[in-house]
Design a protein around this ligand. Structure first.
Ligand SMILES: NC(=O)C[C@H](N)C(=O)O
Length: 314
């Protein structure tokens, strides 16, 4: 991003091309032979599934042609966790795919982008990063795609992995790895972008006090095949929403209970009676990631029990 002056908090994203970014980081060429390729240039609030699918194809093609040992994807931070999760499910390689970004515009005092890019290239060039799924390197931390979430609107310390913790750290290009992701990913994932991916509509509805239940009907009328409820607490919603959701669930719309709370798992629940309503729970996935898993999962006929199992697997 670029801003009008160097202490501006607001700025326009998607303004710097990949060649300029690579050129702005001293020492990158000592870490790896880096070549830039522009797949898209948008603020990540404008990220689309069309771009994600293009990106997944390009990564798979580069790896299967043996053209790269690792890939870094520069991406805005707003929806980075969504693209990371999508790629974690659709990239078919053990080779490192490392996403990075910046919280401060490139024109700011103490811009964070250059060091983040340096560290991301160091991790992508590191054979020890292989087989750990899609990683996100920001602010000296190495996060796994399943676990990370954006927690602060402006701070460089925005990404946390609150449930599972970090994959590692990277300080001026020197990485330490603590663990591998606990869930299935990349080369072991059953999902794919091959054969043309038309993703079904899945909406997210944000629960709140006195939530209007007809939001559910609006989504279904607009063609949603699934609805993720960003529920309060452990995936809760008010009685009116619960009964409307149960009615559409009985007609085959998949309802997933996730949570608007930033950390904690959503568990199957007697209060909501998931067994009777046919609701699923997102387990560790936040609403945005739970939606992406459901969109990919609905490309094939699956029972509710099989769909539920996916949330415990990925
Ligand atoms: N600093 C950022 O990355 C935020 C920006 N709006 C984006 O996600 O593209």
């Amino acid at each position: 991003g670029t801003a009008a002056f160097n202490t501006a908090a607001g700025y326009i994203s998607g303004k710097v091309g990949i060649e300029a970014m690579v050129a702005a980081v001293p020492g990158l060429d000592a870490l790896a032979d880096v070549r830039g390729e522009q797949i898209a240039n948008v603020g990540s609030q404008d990220m689309s599934f069309a771009i994600m699918i293009r990106l997944a194809h390009r990564i798979n093609d580069l790896f299967s042609a043996g053209a790269a040992d690792g890939i870094v994807v520069t991406h805005g931070t707003d929806t980075m966790e969504e693209t990371a999760h999508f790629l974690n499910l659709t990239v078919k390689s053990r080779k490192p795919v490392v996403m990075t970004g910046a919280m401060r515009p490139s024109t700011a005092i103490s811009a964070d982008g250059p060091l983040n890019l340096y560290n991301a290239v160091a991790v992508a060039a590191d054979p020890r990063a292989e087989g750990r799924g899609v990683l996100v390197v920001m602010n000296d931390r190495i996060h796994g795609a399943h676990s990370l979430t954006k927690t602060n609107t402006t701070s460089v310390e925005t990404f946390l992995s609150p449930i599972n913790g970090l994959i590692g750290t990277v300080i001026y290009g020197k990485a330490d790895y603590f663990r591998r992701p606990f869930r299935r990913h990349t080369y072991r994932s059953e999902f794919s972008v091959e054969g043309g991916t038309v993703l079904p509509r899945v909406d997210i509805l944000y629960a709140c006090a006195d939530m209007p239940a007809d939001l559910i009907d609006c989504s279904v009328e607009r063609g949603a095949k699934g609805i993720v409820i960003a529920g309060d607490g452990n995936g809760n919603m008010n009685a009116a929403t619960l009964s409307t959701a149960a009615a559409v669930s009985a007609k085959g719309i998949v309802i997933v209970r996730s949570s608007r709370v930033p950390t904690g798992t959503v568990t199957r629940n007697v209060e909501v009676n998931d067994d009777q309503t046919g609701f699923l729970v997102s387990d560790e996935l936040n609403p945005a990631k739970a939606r992406i898993l459901l969109m990919l999962a609905l490309s094939k006929r699956r029972s509710l029990a099989e769909l539920q199992q996916l949330y415990y697997t990925y």
